[in-house]
Design a protein around this ligand. Structure first.
Ligand code: DC
Length: 235
């Protein structure tokens, strides 16, 4: 029997726990986990650090000219085995999850030249299969031929509550109302942009986890992945 490594695309709305489930699944399967949202967040952090935002307006020309010099990547944390996002070689995990980056990332992720660069890098990372990639357009634009596609959603209120708890745990200040507004704004921008908007691929399985426990969700996910891998190996 061959041991074909498949590509798993996990797309969906923000703050649905996609990264937690994708990370967990990758560990179970011995696959590489790629958090594509973190890549867009790192580019946003770069723009902030370079002072390219003037209030909420981004100097897109300046960002485009600097694009070739932006190095986004991942290094595996030796103790946990979890990939950490890097920008220009520096681990930036703690800077890319706060409200400042969250409130600007959709604007950056809508830029065609940013999407082009990130998509190409993601396609290179997943070229040999054996990846679980989470994002918004993995099953529709980055890997439209992925063997398993899951589209995850939950109500905006449930998602805002989850993100609020996460930020509180990290000691980062934010109110529930601001987070809910941010979640709704990002949903809107992500699903209405011209290039690779957030949408469920026709062949994606829908997972609404508003009322699911993590255990029930993980069980379902692993069973879908296992069935898919077995089916591929039987071919
Ligand atoms: O998954 P996340 O919340 O970390 O993603 C951050 C932002 O990046 C989100 O607003 C949408 C955008 N994004 C995207 O446009 N395409 C992806 N593949 C992943 C994220």
């Amino acid at each position: 029997m061959t041991d074909k490594k498949i590509t798993i695309a996990i797309d969906g709305h923000s703050s649905c726990g996609k990264s937690t489930m994708a990370k967990w699944l990758a560990k179970q399967l011995g696959y590489i986990y790629v958090d594509t949202g973190a890549m867009y967040r790192a580019v946003t952090l770069f723009a902030l650090r370079k002072g390219l935002f003037h209030d909420d307006t981004l100097d897109t020309n300046a960002l485009e000219s600097l694009m070739p010099s932006i190095a986004v990547g991942f290094v595996v944390q030796p103790t946990t085995g979890v990939p950490q996002t890097t920008l220009q070689g520096e681990v930036v995990e703690e800077y890319i999850r706060g409200m400042e980056v969250s409130s600007k990332v959709s604007q950056v992720a809508a830029l065609p030249f940013v999407r082009r660069a990130m998509t190409q890098q993601q396609q290179r990372m997943g070229a040999d299969g054996g990846v679980v990639m989470d994002g918004r357009d993995i099953g529709t634009a980055v890997f439209p031929d992925a063997e398993l596609k899951v589209f995850v959603t939950a109500s905006a209120e449930v998602r805002a509550q989850r993100r609020y708890a996460e930020l509180q745990e990290r000691g980062q200040a934010a109110t529930y109302e601001d987070i809910l507004q941010n979640v709704q704004e990002r949903d809107y921008i992500d699903s209405h942009r011209d290039i690779a908007p957030l949408r469920q691929a026709e062949d994606a399985l829908l997972l609404d986890n508003s009322h699911l426990t993590i255990e029930a969700q993980n069980k379902w996910l692993l069973s879908q992945a296992t069935q898919c891998i077995e089916a591929q190996n039987e071919k």
